[in-house]
Design a binder for this molecule. Structure first.
Ligand code: TYD
Length: 204
């Protein structure tokens, strides 16, 4: 039986990384073979592209094409084979991030992103996307507390992240079957309760 494909999304600082390992643990405890991966990245070439994308200034269309180039490899070498083998795939970001960051944040026409999505995905969509939603002010505060050197995206201003967030919210409203919004302003325990309920519907 084909596995399921779950993606995690949200503005930088919303806390998705905190919950990723926990979700993987829940899936494994439920007996699912689980592959944890991330975008941009997830393959040797994808990780090389990630280094460039997070550090190197480039044209917005170059940035978008490299995101999809990394994604093409990722689908071919990791995501599709794992799903076909019955594993569950948990990816830290996927194409919703391109709509939110390159589309919302940087202003690329969403129709162009849709064209690339149709080309690269070949019909695949996540079975479930969890969007960790948080005010951009609180997300920035958390990023400051984390105090890691900010990458090219994390250096953007609050207006950028407000546009990123608004695209995530719009997509959650447009695809309510697939995308579930998680109020990330709550305690970790409360967030886990919500995650538990959502995962239970899917599988556990
Ligand atoms: P992120 O997933 O936040 O990793 P970390 O927690 O290690 O910082 O970093 C990836 C960055 O890449 C993030 O700022 C969003 C950005 N990104 C895009 O702009 N478009 C995309 O399509 C993807 C997948 C990521």
């Amino acid at each position: 039986m084909r596995g399921k494909f779950i993606t995690l999304e949200g503005v930088d600082g919303a806390g998705k990384s905190t919950h990723l390992d926990w979700i993987a643990g829940r899936l494994q405890a439920a007996g699912k073979k689980t592959v944890v991966t991330r975008e941009p990245g997830g393959t040797p070439l994808g990780e090389e592209l990630r280094k460039l994308l997070l550090a190197q200034p480039m044209h917005l269309e170059t940035e978008t094409l490299l995101m999809f180039a990394a994604r093409r490899e990722h689908l071919e070498r990791v995501i599709l084979p794992a799903l076909a083998a019955g594993s569950w795939v948990l990816s830290d970001r996927f194409t919703d991030a391109t709509f939110a960051y390159q589309g919302g944040g940087r202003g690329l026409d969403l129709g162009r992103i849709e064209s690339l999505e149709n080309w690269v995905h070949q019909g695949l969509q996540p079975d479930l996307t969890l969007v960790f939603d948080l005010s951009v002010e609180e997300a920035e505060r958390r990023r400051t507390v984390a105090a890691t050197a900010p990458d090219r995206f994390e250096q953007e201003n609050l207006e950028f992240f407000a546009r990123v967030r608004s695209v995530y919210l719009a997509r959650a409203a447009r695809y309510p079957q697939r995308i579930r919004l998680i109020d990330a302003g709550r305690s970790v325990i409360d967030i886990r309760k919500s995650l538990e309920e959502i995962l239970a519907i899917l599988c556990l």
